[in-house]
Design a protein around this ligand. Structure first.
Ligand SMILES: NC(=O)c1ccc[n+]([C@@H]2O[C@H](COP(=O)([O-])OP(=O)(O)OC[C@H]3O[C@@H](n4cnc5c(N)ncnc54)[C@H](O)[C@@H]3O)[C@@H](O)[C@H]2O)c1
Ligand SMILES: O=C(O)C(=O)C[C@@H](O)[C@H](O)[C@H](O)COP(=O)(O)O
Ligand SMILES: [Zn+2]
Length: 380
């Protein structure tokens, strides 16, 4: 549950991620970067603070962060990460860990990850393995990172074989989601992040899906109240799931993967680049999961099309044939064989029995998925 605190003119929500010795807080609100000394000071032991920054996030908000840290008696040592999914790579990891060793990061230090999911995943993984594990603080600057990737401790890089295949569970010490950072985010990135917002409604909360139907436009238009509500609701939902199943062993956390089995295959097929952003792949993947659920008789087709409509209304892809892929269904399924949910030759799929009611189906035939995808590639 998100707890709201009134701090004069600015409101801040606090969500606890309850993981025994690895518990931490997610603080959500405007102007939090300016208060980093007060909010994160106890996690920053040394005068010098290492900040791994997405270059665009730094250009837009780095000066504000640096000023606030200096006001707290700190000095910043910056590491710039080139924007884009390609930075989540072996090469990116090697360069970052070399830098961390060079500047003398110790196990009890906290490195700051300042950027979107790419910087958060890369920095989190580097911190998971540096000297067998050091601390890190997430300062997420995209909607996607604030609602999803900065929370829960999944960290990873991509390889030629697929998404996030090399990684670790490593929880941050603290997450500060300053919603003011989102004001400079390009519209396309705002929409991509909104795909993961919708995901929380579709997978487990029909009332939140309805809230999105009413408030999606204000969120995308940067209405501060709507944005804070969206971020707080998603983080509270994710915190509940992660506290129950931190390492995705019971099946509960796997529900957060709704749309990702399809989505990751599409990201791989389109080359992990600008052609299809992660959030866009998730949006389309979620529509495909809904339509496939309808095909198998779990969900009414009208419900599946409600998901597609909300996705399209947010300017997100909802039509596989419009992607212009040269692949067939079988080639997309081949990518899915690298999915981390693969278990003794079967791939569990997250399907829907209603909006807000996702479940794990363990009896899906991959040949049937390939046939479904062939239909979707030709549809419309
Ligand atoms: N670990 C998890 O649980 C988890 C969850 C969801 C997604 N992910 C991963 O997150 C990644 C996607 O994250 P993303 O959507 O944040 O993408 P991203 O990190 O690539 O950032 C998107 C773009 O926004 C720019 N940017 C960042 N902050 C900005 C700001 N405040 N103003 C202007 N521009 C800014 C970046 O330079 C980049 O061009 C994927 O690799 C995905 O696999 C991980
Ligand atoms: O936190 C989770 O669990 C998720 O599945 C969140 C997803 O949005 C995220 O994209 C995650 O990185 C995907 O996980 P993966 O295990 O399929 O790589
Ligand atoms: Zn995701």
């Amino acid at each position: 549950m998100a707890v709201n605190t009134d701090q004069g003119s600015s409101q801040m929500s606090i969500v606890d991620v309850a993981l025994a010795g690895r518990s931490y807080q997610v603080l959500i609100g405007g102007g939090l970067l300016d208060r980093i000394g007060e909010l994160a000071g106890s996690f920053l032991r040394k005068k010098t603070v290492p900040v791994v920054a997405d270059a665009n996030a730094r250009a837009a908000h780095g000066a504000r962060l640096e000023r606030a840290l200096e006001a707290a008696g700190k000095s910043v040592v910056w590491y710039d990460v080139e924007p884009g999914e390609a930075s989540k790579s072996w090469d990116g990891l090697q360069r970052l860990t070399d830098w961390m060793l060079r500047i003398g990061v110790e196990r009890n230090d906290n490195v700051i990850a300042f950027g979107g999911g790419v910087v958060g995943d890369l920095t989190g993984f580097a911190c998971a393995i540096l000297k067998r594990g050091c601390g890190f603080i997430q300062l997420p600057t995209t909607l996607l990172a604030q609602v999803d990737s900065s929370v829960g401790g999944k960290t990873a890089i991509n390889t030629a074989a697929g998404k996030n295949l090399i990684g670790a569970f490593h929880q941050p010490s603290l997450v500060l989601a300053d919603i003011d950072c989102l004001k400079t985010l390009p519209d396309r990135e705002m929409r991509a992040g909104y795909a993961e917002v919708l995901k929380y409604g579709v997978l487990g909360d029909a009332a939140f899906f309805d809230w999105c139907s009413q408030n999606g436009a204000p969120v995308l238009a940067h209405d501060a109240v709507a944005v804070r509500e969206a971020v707080s609701s998603c983080v509270a939902a994710k915190a509940r799931i992660v506290a129950e199943d931190e390492r995705e062993t019971s099946g509960t956390r796997a529900l957060l993967n709704l749309g990702h089995t399809f989505g990751h295959a599409l990201e791989a097929k389109t080359g992990f680049g600008d052609r299809l952003l992660h959030g866009e792949g998730v949006a389309l993947g979620m529509v495909l999961a809904a339509r496939y659920s309808a095909r198998r008789g779990h969900l009414g087709i009208d419900e599946a099309e409600r998901v597609a409509r909300q996705t399209a209304l947010a300017g997100l892809p909802s039509d596989l044939s419009a992607l212009g892929l040269t692949a067939d269904g079988g080639q997309l399924v081949d990518h899915m064989l690298h999915d981390k949910k693969m278990d003794a030759g079967t791939l569990p799929f997250i399907l829907l029995s209603g909006i807000g009611e996702a479940f794990l189906a363990r009896d899906v035939e991959l040949a049937d998925v390939a046939a479904f995808l062939d239909e979707q590639l030709r549809a419309h």
